[in-house]
Design a protein. Structure first.
Ligand code: DAH
Length: 361
């Protein structure tokens, strides 16, 4: 009996002191494993007399059950403690402020393109595109710019390289978005209402010129399109774009080979203390060229000028971006200076829409 009490005391103490699951398993093996002390004791029952067995048997069985229960209890206590410890170490403070991530900005040119696309879309204009490397025919001939026409020189064109022996006129980096007019006419026929924003190229570089810049072309063709509709469309655009109630546009007679009649358009503005205000004052700023599409241009696009007529315009996007957002130097647009981009750039979630207002708040 003493032996059993000793075993009981020894193992209950070891179980209570086992610091983790591994230690507890060693205690279990030492007590109840195949060669465990209690298991061996139970095997000894076979050699005992029936009388001895009668007392030792139940006592050993009771010891075995008690140790077994103690092992289970300790095991679940250790598991609970481990879970508590894990929960403590994995605790997440959802009230902490988020970690800042470096974020890019939307370039003012992209922003302004989105704005003007939204405004013209609202007036029923779809967006059309054309290639930046353009054939001589699309960039000049189809637009009624003859080979000897001075505007070919005025445009300061970048010509592409031609393989030796290739006699075709070289392709050009498009000098304006006007060739997209021809492509749109060929692709969809009349009637047409499109704008074509995009990059254009000319050999020019000073505070207001860069060799690459942006234009948006506009083209509306139908049976009865008039200059009055051109004027209304441009006024509506300027009101929405510059976010002023009243704008005043001045149409100056001008000349472009691809329009007849042609007009350059100025917008009324004031410069006071270096601050530009659109829609008031006594200064005028030129923002675009426009006119009624020349019959020869319609013909080049495969549209019958006896049946259809239209207006067209070409506007400098960089110019109107500078005006709207008070950006003084055009060259800075394309220098990729991070300080400039952070200052003049827009947040990516600040999407222009007619309902939400078009500018940053
Ligand atoms: N393509 C002309 C330029 O780059 C701008 C222009 C003038 C476009 C009159 C037009 C237009 O569509 O009708 O200077």
């Amino acid at each position: 009996m003493d032996a059993i009490a000793t075993l009981r005391g020894k193992y209950l103490e070891q179980i209570g002191a086992a610091p983790d699951a591994d230690a507890l398993e060693s205690v279990r093996l030492a007590a109840l494993g195949k060669k465990g002390e209690i298991s061996l004791k139970m095997r000894e029952l076979g050699q005992m007399s029936a009388e001895e067995r009668q007392t030792a048997g139940p006592a050993l069985n009771a010891l075995k059950s008690e140790v077994d229960a103690a092992l289970k209890a300790r095991k679940s206590a250790l598991e609970d403690a481990a879970l508590d410890a894990r929960l403590k170490s994995e605790w997440l403070d959802v009230t902490l402020p988020g970690r800042p991530r470096p974020m890019g900005t939307i370039h003012p040119i992209s922003q302004v393109m989105d704005e003007l696309t939204a405004i013209f879309a609202d007036m029923g204009f779809a967006v059309a595109e054309g290639p930046q490397i353009e054939s001589d025919w699309y960039n000049f001939d189809a637009l009624n710019i003859a080979p000897e026409h001075p505007s070919r020189q005025e445009m300061d064109t970048f010509y592409m390289h031609r393989a030796a022996g290739d006699e075709r006129p070289p392709h050009v980096l498009r000098t304006h978005t006007s060739p997209v007019q021809i492509r749109a006419m060929q692709n969809q026929g009349a009637p047409i209402r499109i704008i074509a924003p995009g990059r254009v190229y000319r050999m020019d570089m000073d505070q207001t010129h860069t060799p690459m810049f942006h234009q948006v072309e506009g083209l509306a063709i139908d049976r009865d399109i008039s200059m009055a509709q051109l004027k209304w469309t441009l006024e509506e655009f300027c009101r929405a774009f510059f976010e002023v109630d009243e704008v005043e546009l001045r149409f100056r007679a001008s000349h472009f080979p691809f329009t007849e009649p042609s007009a350059e358009v100025d917008i009324r503005c004031s410069w006071e203390g270096g601050q530009l205000k659109i829609g008031e004052g006594k200064d005028w700023l030129e923002i675009l060229g426009s006119g009624m599409v020349h019959p020869k241009v319609l013909q080049a696009g495969g549209i019958d000028p006896n049946e259809w007529q239209g207006f067209a315009f070409g506007m400098g996007i960089d110019r109107i971006a500078m005006l709207k957002y008070g950006i003084p130097d055009l060259r800075a647009f394309f220098e990729s200076d991070l300080r400039w981009l952070r200052h003049y750039g827009f947040a990516s979630l600040d999407q222009p829409s007619l309902a939400a207002g078009l500018s940053r708040v």
